[in-house]
Design a binder for this molecule. Structure first.
Ligand code: FE
Ligand code: CA
Length: 543
C-alpha cells in the first residue's frame, strides 16, 4: 500500500479528536512537519515513471524488511535512498513507482503476488506493502524494483490460521542497538537462526551524536558525515539516523531473514521521556514537535501497518497478534501514555510518590485493552512483548535498597493492576519479554515480590542489548548483589546478544545467546544459559 491521505489532513483530523491543549500541541507539530514535507504534485504518474527511469544509482541501500505477520498477510518494507547519508536520500522530490513481488521460492519462479505502489517523498520514499491472500504459516520471498534496480531478496513467514493447533513456535527478542557502541554481530548470528519471528523491544536507534569513526566501531576505512555528530531533534535528523542504522549489513541480514514485530522504547525519541514530558522538562508543546518527528521517522523505517502510522505526535503502536491457538502477543507501548517518573527518575527507594495508585505506565485505555484481550484469549501462552523490566529489581540486600523509577518498579500500582487483571482473566501461562537494561535476566514473576513464597504469576525473559554498553562481561560488578537481593532472579549476564524463546504445548524455553565482543567485528555466539517453564506450573528451571 502507499499513503494516500495528505499528512496535514491527518493532523487536522487528529486535532479534531483531542482537547484544546492537545490541539495546540498537535498544530505546533503540524507546522513543524509541514515545513519539511510538501504535498505531492497532482497527476504526476507519468512524470514519476520517468523519474524512476532516471534513477542512475542503486536506491536499495537500506535493505528490505517484513513485519507484523497475520495469517494471510505480512508487511513488506523498503526505502529508496541512493545516497542514504544525504537529506532526501538522493531521491527526486517526486513520487517514484516501485514494483513488488512475493514468491514461493527464492528464485521467484512461482509468484504468490505482485503489485505496484508509489514511494512518496512525504514519507521519505519508504514503501509499506500489505499484500493479502497469502497462505497462513508459510515462508515467502519478496523483492522490489524501482527503475532498472532490483532490491535484495527478503524471506518472511505469515502467521498460522487463528484456529491452528501448531505444535511449535520459535521467536527471538532483541533490543538496544547503540550503533556507536559496537558492531551488530548479534544480528549476523540471529539471521542464521531458525525462527518464525523476531520481536524488537525498543531502542532501535539512539539520539546521541555519532562521531566520524562510528564511536566504538573505530572505523578506519570510512568517515561518517558530520551530520551524525549531533543529537537527533528534527525530522531530517531522525530520518538520517535511521539511514545510518539501516545501512548496517548485519541489521539488513536479520531483517532479510525474518519478519519483525517492533515496538519502541525511549531512545527512538529521547532518553527516558514520559508521555509529553522530555528528559529536561521542555515545555510539552515543544517536546511534542520532536516526538512527532521521531514517531514519523520510526513508522517510515519499520515494517508497520497503516493503523500504526502516526497522527502528529500520536501513534497507536500497541497491538495484538495471534499465532494460532499457541500464542497471543499483546505488544505494549509503555512510553507514550505513562505518568512522569517518580522522584525525578533514576534509582530511588520506593515511597509514597512512586506508590501513588493514580500512576500508570500503560495509560488507562491500553491497560483496559490488555486485560479485556486476556479475557478473550484462548491461547496456550499469553506473551507480553514490552520495554522495561517488569519484575522487581532491588540494587541492595536488606532495607535501604533502591529500584529503577523508569521501569515497572517505579509504577507498582500499575504493575499490580496488570497482574490482578491477568489472574482474573485466567491467564495461567504469562510470558513477559523485556529489553531496555542491556543485560540478560531471567525472572519468576511473583504475585508479591517481597515474599518469595508467594504465587509465581508467570516468567520474564529479559534480553540484553544488541550493542548498547559495548562488550560487557558475563558477571558485571553488581552480579552477586543483584542475585542475593532478588531471589526471583534466576539468571543475570552482562554480555551483548539476544534471547530465543521456543513455545510448544507443554513448555516455554528461553535460550540466552551472547557474543564475546562487539567493539571488534566477527565474534562468535554461544548459549550462556537455558531455562524452561511448564504450562500450568509457572516458574523457571534450568534446561
Ligand atoms: Fe537501551
Ligand atoms: Ca531504553
Amino acid at each position: 500500500m502507499t499513503p494516500t491521505a495528505p499528512y496535514e489532513q491527518e493532523i487536522r483530523a487528529a486535532a479534531a479528536h483531542v482537547g484544546r491543549r492537545r490541539f495546540l500541541t498537535v498544530t505546533g507539530a503540524a507546522a513543524a512537519l509541514a515545513f519539511t514535507t510538501n504535498l505531492p504534485a497532482a497527476g504526476a504518474a507519468q512524470a514519476a515513471e520517468a523519474d524512476a527511469r532516471k534513477l542512475t544509482e542503486n536506491p536499495f541501500t537500506l535493505g528490505v524488511a517484513s513485519g507484523d505477520p497475520q495469517p494471510g498477510s505480512v508487511v513488506l518494507w523498503t526505502r529508496l535512498a541512493p545516497r542514504p547519508y544525504e537529506g532526501g536520500g538522493g531521491m527526486p522530490d517526486a513520487r517514484v513507482p516501485v514494483r513488488w513481488e512475493v514468491a514461493y521460492d527464492e528464485k521467484f519462479t512461482r509468484l504468490a503476488g505482485r503489485g505496484r505502489a508509489d514511494a512518496h517523498p512525504e514519507f521519505n520514499h519508504s514503501v509499506h506493502i500489505e499484500p493479502t491472500g497469502l497462505a497462513p504459516d508459510r515462508v515467502y520471498y519478496y523483492r522490489f524494483r524501482a527503475g532498472s534496480w532490483i532490491s535484495p531478496v527478503g524471506r518472511t513467514r505469515t502467521a498460522p490460521a487463528r484456529g491452528a493447533h501448531l505444535s511449535r513456535l520459535k521467536l527471538a527478542a532483541v533490543s538496544c542497538q547503540a550503533y556507536h557502541d559496537g558492531y551488530f554481530t548479534a544480528y549476523r548470528h540471529l539471521a542464521e537462526e531458525d525462527l518464525d519471528v523476531v520481536f524488537h523491544l525498543g531502542d532501535y536507534l539512539y539520539e546521541y551524536p555519532v562521531d566520524a569513526a562510528g564511536g566504538a566501531r573505530r572505523y578506519t576505512d570510512r568517515t561518517l558525515p558530520d551530520r551524525f555528530h549531533r543529537e537527533t531533534v528534527t525530522l531530517e535528523d531522525y530520518r538520517l539516523r535511521y539511514a545510518l542504522y539501516k545501512s548496517d549489513p548485519d541489521l539488513q541480514a536479520a531483517h532479510a531473514a525474518h519478519p519483525f514485530i517492533v515496538t519502541w522504547d525511549d531512545h527512538e525519541v529521547e532518553n527516558n521521556y514520559a508521555s509529553d514530558i522530555s528528559e529536561d522538562d521542555l515545555p510539552p508543546a515543544e517536546f511534542l514537535i520532536r516526538r512527532a518527528a521521531a514517531y514519523r521517522a520510526y513508522w517510515e523505517n519499520q515494517p508497520l501497518r497503516r493503523p500504526q502510522r502516526p497522527h502528529g505526535p500520536d501513534a497507536r503502536l500497541y497491538r495484538r497478534l495471534h499465532y494460532g491457538q499457541l500464542a497471543q502477543f499483546d505488544i505494549l507501548d509503555t512510553r507514550q501514555y505513562r505518568s512522569d517518573q517518580a522522584y525525578g527518575d533514576g534509582w530511588h527507594a520506593p515511597g509514597p510518590e512512586s506508590d501513588d495508585p493514580r500512576r500508570t505506565l500503560t495509560g488507562a485505555t491500553q491497560e483496559r485493552w490488555l486485560i479485556d484481550g486476556w479475557r478473550q484469549s484462548t491461547a496456550r501462552w499469553n506473551v507480553l512483548p514490552q520495554q522495561v523490566a517488569f519484575s522487581e529489581r532491588r540494587n541492595a540486600t536488606g532495607p535501604g535498597y533502591q529500584v529503577s523509577m523508569d521501569a515497572w518498579d517505579g509504577y507498582p500500582a500499575s504493575r499490580a493492576r496488570v497482574l490482578a487483571g491477568a489472574e482474573s482473566a485466567g491467564v495461567d501461562n504469562l510470558v513477559v519479554l523485556t529489553g531496555d537494561v542491556h543485560v540478560h535476566y531471567a525472572f519468576d514473576i511473583k504475585k508479591d515480590f517481597a515474599d518469595p513464597a508467594s504465587r509465581t504469576a508467570g516468567v520474564e525473559f529479559v534480553t540484553t542489548s544488541i550493542a548498547s554498553g559495548k562488550d560487557g562481561a558475563d558477571k558485571p560488578a553488581n552480579w552477586g548483589t543483584y542475585m542475593a537481593a532478588n531471589p526471583h532472579l534466576k539468571f543475570y549476564n552482562g554480555r551483548r546478544g539476544y534471547v530465543t524463546v521456543t513455545l510448544d504445548r507443554d513448555t516455554a524455553r528461553g535460550d540466552y545467546r551472547t557474543v564475546s565482543a562487539v567493539t571488534t567485528p566477527g565474534a562468535p555466539v554461544r548459549t550462556a544459559a537455558s531455562f524452561v517453564t511448564e504450562a500450568g506450573d509457572p516458574g523457571l528451571k534450568p534446561a
